[in-house]
Write a new protein. Structure first.
Length: 265
């Protein structure tokens, strides 16, 4: 077994704050794993970070399986969670179970994530009963961006907050091992965290969550500075570093300084 299982993530509530990240390829996943990150999500944000789409809607099941398999090959200890893409679980529970199974069977994931609350509780129960660990995702659910009318903080009004609480309790009862809370007011995230038995993993949901997750490209400064959300902290500026290195390489090739004798046979 791996160092981190879904059960261990679940049992870490109240014991350890979980620093989780996304990854989309084997090389980056290996670096995160070696750093001791316990949970690596192969997010459908791959649509934005790697595939150049404006939303997560276009990414396909086959693309998600491809990236999940790459991440799984790079990871020895962390739990690898494959994100079920838009239309891989919405059209019917039988198809959803088969598709979730492909993440474990073909891509080497340890668990799947899917978006939604009470509407998905029956499906989640069925997945869990069939041996497929599930991570929930509530609040701003990007696969519903068209219905939500944009990327907005969720649960600000009392009715919406009560609905989010009911969704979280339903996911908890359905057997998820953790719940992502995205773009939720910090006070509401704190209440949900206290109400559920599994770790909440916040992204734009304040510091009271049991863990945090960020999109790796945001954390590394690979996303253009103007395109990062308020909740992102850029821990590095790799985009600027890549630009600088490429400019220097180009100028040295053009001037004849590269390759030098030490790079030649
Ligand atoms: O796809 C993704 O990266 C996600 C995270 C933002 C939680 O769902």
């Amino acid at each position: 077994m791996k160092q981190w299982t879904a059960l261990q993530i679940k049992n870490s509530k109240g014991r350890q704050r979980l620093a989780c990240l996304t990854a989309y390829d084997a090389g980056m996943a290996r670096l995160l794993d070696e750093a001791g990150i316990p949970l690596i999500l192969v997010g459908d944000s791959v649509a934005n970070t790697m595939l150049g789409h404006a939303t997560t809607l276009p990414v396909t099941l086959e693309q998600m399986l491809h990236h999940t398999a790459a991440v799984a090959r790079g990871v020895a200890g962390a739990l690898v969670v494959g994100d079920m893409p838009f239309m891989s679980y919405q059209a019917g529970d039988d198809q959803a179970v088969r598709n979730a199974g492909r993440f474990l069977q073909e891509a080497g994931a340890d668990a799947v994530k899917l978006e939604g609350g009470r509407l998905r509780a029956g499906l989640i129960r069925r997945l869990v009963d069939n041996g497929i660990p599930v991570m929930g995702h509530l609040g701003l659910t990007p696969q519903s961006v068209l219905a939500l009318g944009g990327y907005k903080v969720q649960g600000r009004q009392p009715e919406a907050a009560a609905a989010l609480m009911a969704d979280a309790e339903a996911l908890d009862q359905a057997g998820v091992f953790s719940i992502v809370l995205e773009c939720v007011p910090a006070a509401l995230a704190q209440e949900i965290t206290a109400a559920v038995s599994v770790p909440t993993i916040g992204i734009g949901a304040g510091s009271a969550c049991d863990g945090q997750i960020l999109v790796l490209h945001d954390l590394l400064g690979l996303t253009p500075p103007g395109a990062t959300a308020k909740f992102v902290k850029r821990y590095a500026e790799l985009g600027a570093a890549v630009s600088q290195a490429v400019h220097q390489y180009q100028s040295e090739v053009e001037s004849g300084a590269f390759p030098a004798p030490e790079q030649s046979y």
